[in-house]
Write a protein that binds this ligand. Sequence first.
Ligand SMILES: *Cc1c(COP(=O)(O)O)cnc(C)c1O
Length: 352
Amino acid sequence: MNYTFNITKVEKSAIHEFDFDNIPFGKVFADHMFMADYIDGQWTNLTIQPMAPISTHPANMAWHYGQAIFEGMKASRDAEGNAFIFRPEMHAQRFNKSAFRMNMPQMPEDLFMQAVHTLVSMEKEWIPKQEGSAMYIRPFMYATDHSIGIKVSNTYRFIILVLPVGPYYNHPVKLLAQDKYIRAVVGGVGEAKAAGNYAAAMYPTTLAKEAGFDQVVWLDGVEKKYIQEVGTMNIFFVINNEILTPALDGAILDGITRNSLITLFKDQGYKVTERRITIDEVMEAGKNGNLTEIFGSGTAAVVAPVSTLQHNEEIVELDTNNRPISLWAYETINGMRNRTIEDKFGWLSPAK
Ligand SMILES: *Cc1c(COP(=O)(O)O)cnc(C)c1O
């Protein structure tokens, strides 16, 4: 289906006041945003309009009861200036999985795709050309009924924001595996990119930061034994040259970077295993020298190398100057995005 968007353009683009060599993360946006409303069982008011604050009723249900979900993906440009979006259909599908779990309406995949493509094409000049930089695309949806009574909202708003982001400085991160706080349990909402998951992770992360760490390693909520994720990323380990990542269990977010890395590693001939992984076996492998790399994966950082992992009194240190697997993965994904490495899996969708 081809949808009709009502497009209102800014009088003057703010792009000329923007310093592409000095991009503050998440604070400066392109000129326009996409917006749609779900009313009477239909998506209507499909608009692209100048990026600006919007007014909201104080009893807006999303604020009180948290029906709010989001996605995060990236667009990049090749040397000729053509724009490409990384696996947008995967993000559209995951968005609908999150919506389903939060009792929110589905966003037709073709509408999601057309909105992302149209907005990115319009804002192509905002995609930084600098190495490692990209345009971050943030689709989100939230309940908009005004009601203090708890119920499923009947109306929703869907918005897409696009913003230039600088090279993510992949400084090695220090991780704390703790068993006091958990992120998600099977049957909960860990699999959904639901706003509340991030709110719930903030306090334990603040505690970890106060103790000198960067991120929390989340353990399963039942036995506090199996590793789930790190911060807001999926996690990988290299033990005896085997690449391990926790199997999706219903509590772990099904990361698109995770999925891409597994495909790349297998294609490169590495042994990749998705299974339950205990914190004890990782600490043990660290002690006896079999653990050579730990890294997080996610759209923002692509790959985040880990220098330290602590659990109880035990500490494992990793040599982040010698991390061939995670470095190769980072360079491959970034190279695909800049079109300097062949996109052999067809992950890049030309913006149209
Ligand atoms: C978004 C997210 C990830 C990473 O997913 P990508 O699709 O790779 O960006 C991992 N864990 C959590 C909790 C997330 O929210």
